[in-house]
Design a protein around this ligand. Structure first.
Ligand code: PLP
Length: 452
């Protein structure tokens, strides 16, 4: 008789869903549906893994952000940040709601144009605008947000050549009390670079300085920082009026408001601690309103809010491939999606919910993706009910950046589905196939034949 395989017995405590010693909420509830559509039906129809977006959530988010600003300030304009999520269907929801486009490359610029955004409603940011990009933006009359002096000189030269007067703003960076300071983009306020750029632009009649732009950081948790930034931007606009007699048409406060995700190492979950958009709105609008503008010269307030409007509208659905015990006894669950689709898992502890009913016991687990790479960890330590192979789960708050930063690595990018206001599903991006990757490859003739 063959000797039976010995497996070391292991005793691990199971929790019963109580609050832990830090007092954080327990969130062991299954998420069986997204906007009334069953997760299992979605995965069955469109395959696993799968990105799913809720149009209802996007529209609600936009509506409440717009209300937060428009009830406090008379002239507000949102511009959708393409890099946050440039799936055309998602961009178009924002455009239907009245949002302009905000782009940071020629690629994104062309995408916005193709989506039908008029050129004069595309705000062009970013440090890397080629001459071809600038020409396109000048001809379409887009506000060009100048990042550095070389761009300013190039633009001046091109404007003369084309005999056009581009509409420009400068990007300003500043000390808002948040460190490390974001000073790599644009011109610094405190050391006079911004003022110098303004003087350079206004010393001749080649460029039309219509606005001032800033984007003070990313996943910002302090509304007060925006208050400081808005004061400095207003001060700059007022100085321009005073010294040059030039009225600045708009102040663009960029994006960066935190979404409700939980940063790694955070003591409490994001849903409980992240400020509401209205708090950012209050800080920004009071600063501008109290800065001392004449009533008829009050600048437009532009906002390029990205993540805070879309993060909680996106879900990543997937399935359990297998479970195993690590050498120290910890439970490890292997999923069919990893950091290739969930880039933001490097900084967030994403909330993960099982998609089916389960018992009351939970166990600390590590969630791995399917990639053959040690860094492919979705959650390092999450308390979840035991999941079996084939069980499904939902990752929350993945609407910002995960799709635009997803990688084709080892496997292909998943499909993306939108659930509309009537709870109907639309495939907005098909699952990639080998051809989507190999279309761009070329094998030299001499490498084609081989015999094994
Ligand atoms: C990335 C970016 C945004 C959007 O930032 P979120 O953090 O997604 O709100 C807005 N403006 C500029 C210039 C950006 O680079």
């Amino acid at each position: 008789m063959a000797k039976l395989l010995y497996e070391r017995p292991l005793i691990t405590p199971l929790n019963t869903g109580m609050t832990n010693k830090f007092g954080t909420r327990t969130e062991y509830r299954p998420m069986t549906h997204i906007d009334h559509v069953a997760v299992k039906d979605l995965l069955q129809e469109f395959g696993s893994p799968l990105f799913v977006f809720s149009e209802r959530q996007i529209r609600n988010n936009y509506q409440s952000a717009k209300r937060a600003f428009e009830t406090r300030y008379p002239k507000v304009q949102f511009a959708w940040s393409y890099k946050t999520n440039y799936l055309d269907a998602i961009c178009n929801i924002f455009h239907q709601k009245g949002s302009w486009g905000e782009v940071v490359s020629g690629f994104e610029y062309k995408k916005a144009l193709k989506n039908g955004v008029p050129g004069d409603k595309i705000l062009f940011n970013g440090p890397d605008k080629t001459n071809e990009d600038l020409k396109m933006a000048i001809e379409n009359n887009s506000p060009i947000h100048i990042d550095h002096l070389d761009e300013l000189y190039r633009l001046t030269e091109m404007a003369r050549e084309l005999n056009k007067k581009p509409r420009v703003a400068i990007r300003v960076n500043m000390d808002t009390g948040i460190y490390p300071m974001w000073d790599r983009f644009g011109f610094n306020y405190e050391n006079g670079q911004a003022w110098d750029a303004v003087n350079k632009i206004l010393s001749n009649d080649v460029l039309d300085l219509i606005g001032l732009h800033c984007h003070i950081g990313t996943f910002m948790l302090a509304p007060s920082a925006y208050g400081i930034a808005a004061s400095k931007m207003s001060e700059l606009a007022l100085s321009i009026k005073r010294q040059h007699g030039k009225v600045i048409e708009y102040i663009d406060m960029g994006g960066g408001f935190a979404s409700k995700n939980t940063l790694k190492g955070a003591y409490l979950i994001g849903a409980d601690t992240v400020p509401e958009i209205s708090e950012f709105a209050e800080a920004i609008t009071s600063a501008i309103l109290n800065a001392g503008f004449d009533k008829d010269e009050l600048p437009y307030l532009y906002l390029e809010t990205g993540r805070a409007l879309v993060d909680d509208a996106g879900f990543l659905l997937g399935s359990v491939i297998s479970n195993k015990r690590l050498s120290d006894g910890r439970r490890a669950t292997i999923l069919d999606f990893g950091v290739n689709n969930l880039f933001t898992s490097f900084w967030y502890d994403h909330k993960v919910s099982p998609a089916q009913e389960f018992g009351m016991h939970t166990e600390n687990s590590v969630l791995y993706g399917p990639l053959c790479m040690n860094i492919d960890v979705v959650r390092e330590n999450v308390s979840l009910p035991p999941l079996n192979a084939g069980d499904q789960l939902v990752v929350h708050h993945v609407g910002a950046y995960n799709f635009t930063q997803s990688m084709q690595f080892i496997t292909l990018r998943p499909a993306v589905v939108l659930i509309d206001m009537k709870d109907e599903t639309h495939l907005v991006r098909v699952r990639e196939d080998n051809d989507s990757v190999q279309r761009y490859e070329q094998v030299p003739e001499y490498l084609k034949p081989f015999k094994l």
